[in-house]
Design a protein around this ligand. Structure first.
Ligand code: FAD
Length: 379
């Protein structure tokens, strides 16, 4: 069966790989003229790495990135508030969470495609229902008749707008800058992500290649783009320790990516008889749990398993049933974390930090058990 995928992001590419493994011949239609990567680094947590192990890609990804042993939240002085010890999950699943450059991940995914047609410069313009499928019309004037369409076209999905016209993208009123720089990180910070929470802002850094780090800085805003100046980052984060000041100083401001944080208010229909949404198109989350791509990777895996066992409409139904609860939990929790991490009231901040500090490691770990346990198709 031919399956048409709209979008060659992490979700679309992983879906194509998973479908190929099941004997499908996917066709991907991507609006970009060339596949450039936006957004510096990414953390692939245990759930995503389990999928990549099933697809035979875990070793290639590991060799291009840096394995993580811990996820730390600190105060703005880099004093520890909360630690997730990832060695528990390493032992449980016999694999590690990986910090990797997005370009390297994309390269691994592209190289593993064998039978997929990748059509660049194909921006979906119109998505029209026909008797047994859809007519896909592209901005370049071409059109295709399709029996099975997967909308992997991100938060502003055209496919979702056709399936679910009332969906609502929500602004977090937070702006995020992402950077990459060569940096000799003190040994104590290697193999872990550290996210320092201040007052209405936070700063995180992680080593993701032998001599480079990936970092992100997030700040609440009230007015808009006039507060997004890359050149003022040093000023915005001047209360943070010298290490963080140095990281900002070492990064060429013109290489930074600026993103306004958004998510999709949970929608409760992801499919119709011939089309289905995955990844950010279905459940875009704010990035506060580092799970957006991981969730789209889980989608890809479950959807390919379902399509290999059932007709498309049945498979879409199973996939939605298996995936929706966890994906929506991530959207909701991530939004709460995003809000809580940007509190400005010093009393509330002290209280929050005390509470977080008092949570036993075992409880923190058990809260993540469900998140990292892979959703699976079962007949
Ligand atoms: C600051 C930040 C940090 C993040 N960090 C992490 C992290 O550490 N870990 C993690 O798991 N997630 C993280 N995420 C989330 C993650 O980046 C996304 O969830 C993930 O990239 C979604 O993948 P996707 O394939 O569903 O969508 P996208 O990556 O948005 O891909 C959609 C693709 O569809 C194409 N497209 C769109 N419209 C059309 C059209 N009309 N026709 C044809 N093609 C089209 C686009 O060009 C794009 O290539 C982060 C996000 C942000 C903003």
């Amino acid at each position: 069966m031919t399956v048409d995928i709209i979008g060659a992001g992490i979700g679309g590419l992983t879906t194509a790989i998973a479908l190929e493994k099941k004997g499908f011949k996917p066709r991907i239609y991507e609006q970009a003229k060339s596949l450039k990567v936006i957004g510096a680094g990414i953390i692939l947590a245990s759930n995503a790495m389990q999928v990549y192990r099933c697809l035979g890609l875990d070793e290639s990804i590991k060799s291009e990135g840096i394995p993580l042993n811990a996820l730390n939240i600190t105060n703005e002085k880099l004093q520890l508030i909360s630690k997730v010890d990832l060695t528990h999950f390493r032992n449980k699943y016999n694999l590690q969470s990986i910090a990797i450059h997005r370009a390297k991940l994309q390269q691994v995914l592209l190289e593993s495609l064998k039978h997929t047609e990748l059509h660049l410069d194909h921006q979906l313009k119109q998505f029209t229902k026909q008797n047994s499928g859809y007519k896909l019309e592209f901005e370049n004037g071409k059109s295709v008749n399709s029996k099975v369409v997967i909308g992997a076209d991100g938060i502003h999905s055209k496919v979702r707008n056709a399936l679910n016209p009332g969906s609502q993208i929500r602004d977090m009123n937070q702006v995020c800058w992402r950077g990459v720089t060569k940096f000799d990180l003190p040994k104590v910070y290697r193999n872990e992500l550290n996210e320092a929470w201040g007052k209405g802002d936070r700063f995180a850094f992680v080593q993701f290649s032998p001599d480079e780090i990936y970092w992100y800085a997030v700040k609440s805003f009230t007015n808009g783009p006039e507060e997004f100046s890359k050149d003022k980052l040093g000023l915005y984060f001047q209360k943070y320790p010298t290490l963080i000041q140095e990281i900002i100083k070492k990064t060429a401001s013109e290489t930074l990516h600026t993103t306004v944080m958004k998510d999709l208010k949970p929608i409760h229909t992801w499919y119709d008889a011939h089309s289905c949404l995955i990844g950010d198109a279905a459940h875009a989350t704010s990035p506060n749990m580092g799970q957006g791509a991981c969730q789209s990777i889980e989608d890809a895996y479950v959807l390919a398993e379902s399509l290999s066992m059932q007709t498309a409409p049945e498979a879409f139904k199973s996939y939605e049933k298996i995936r929706m609860a966890k994906a929506h939990r991530v959207v909701n929790q991530s939004r709460q974390i995003g809000t809580m991490s940007h509190w400005k009231n010093p009393v509330a901040i002290s209280l929050r930090n005390l509470v977080l500090k008092s949570i036993p490691q075992q409880v923190t770990i058990s809260q993540l058990e469900d998140l990292f346990e892979l959703d699976r198709y079962s007949s």
